[in-house]
Design a protein around this ligand. Sequence first.
Ligand SMILES: NC(=O)c1ccc[n+]([C@@H]2O[C@H](COP(=O)([O-])OP(=O)(O)OC[C@H]3O[C@@H](n4cnc5c(N)ncnc54)[C@H](OP(=O)(O)O)[C@@H]3O)[C@@H](O)[C@H]2O)c1
Length: 282
Amino acid sequence: MSSTPALVLGANGHLGKIVAADLAARNVPLVLFGHSSLPASSDGVKAVQGSLVADDPGLAEALKDVATVVHCVSNPLRTQEIDVGGTQALVDTIKKLYPSAESQPRIIYISIVGIEEHSDYFYYKAKVDAERIIISSGVPHTILRTAQWHPFIKVIADQFLGLKDPSADCYTVPTGVDLRPVSIEEVGGKVVELVLSGKAEGCLPDMVGPEFLSLEQAVTIYLKSRQSHAQLKLYDPVSPDYPDSMFRAFNGNARDPIDPKFFILGKQTWEEFLNDPNSRFW
Ligand SMILES: NC(=O)c1ccc[n+]([C@@H]2O[C@H](COP(=O)([O-])OP(=O)(O)OC[C@H]3O[C@@H](n4cnc5c(N)ncnc54)[C@H](OP(=O)(O)O)[C@@H]3O)[C@@H](O)[C@H]2O)c1
């Protein structure tokens, strides 16, 4: 195994934490980069606090002598500055520190399925722009687009559709929201596999869960998992505002039968996630 460290950007985040813990358990030397405070450096793990913006001294420090950069940074409230500008700062800093292409570390970027189709949604536009910055930079890279993760769908149901209140007898659910719910642990496992492969693989096939579900079906399964007989009231998400704008962006996420040739397939279903006592909820 390479003794050159892997850098995890966004090591405090949901996915970053899973990837960092898995790599540490495999004794892969690590550099953890976070915006808020990180656990102290320890044997084989260097922690660097900083911001993914141009000329941040922490970013340059974190990038020194690494073989791989796992980019899990995102800030939906500051997409232009962090998702787009931060990705530009990342490739610029890599090119400055490693002028020869052969010595540049590889970027593994975590993106989302179907973003071009809905690039009028501000978050997806930022993801498209970030991907383009990486692809056009010439820095070696692997881009893994995944469908929505199970805990994120639970947050949507709890917070946007009101399921956090289990006593309601009716919930209002948007129609036309297409999901391929996928396990965040399986996504983390795939990212670790990509780190260990040592290869820059370009744009990978989409990683999706084993089944297609509309949000209505996902909510029905969720209610069943807690023995609720609440009714659903469906509506068309036409408002220009959030969260309807997000719901529309989930439309059209491949309803066709999944051909494993064209996808990286997760195994865990949404129902299994909800009923597994070890599941991590956010
Ligand atoms: N949720 C899904 O279903 C899903 C599906 C497909 C792809 N993705 C993508 O996967 C990636 C990771 O998602 P996640 O849910 O793990 O994200 P997350 O938990 O929100 O973590 C994002 C990380 O970005 C860091 N960050 C924010 N601003 C920063 C800055 N200026 N400098 C440095 N770090 C900064 C945060 O650091 P601090 O915590 O230290 O502030 C946080 O650790 C995102 O790009 C997302 O688009 C998500």
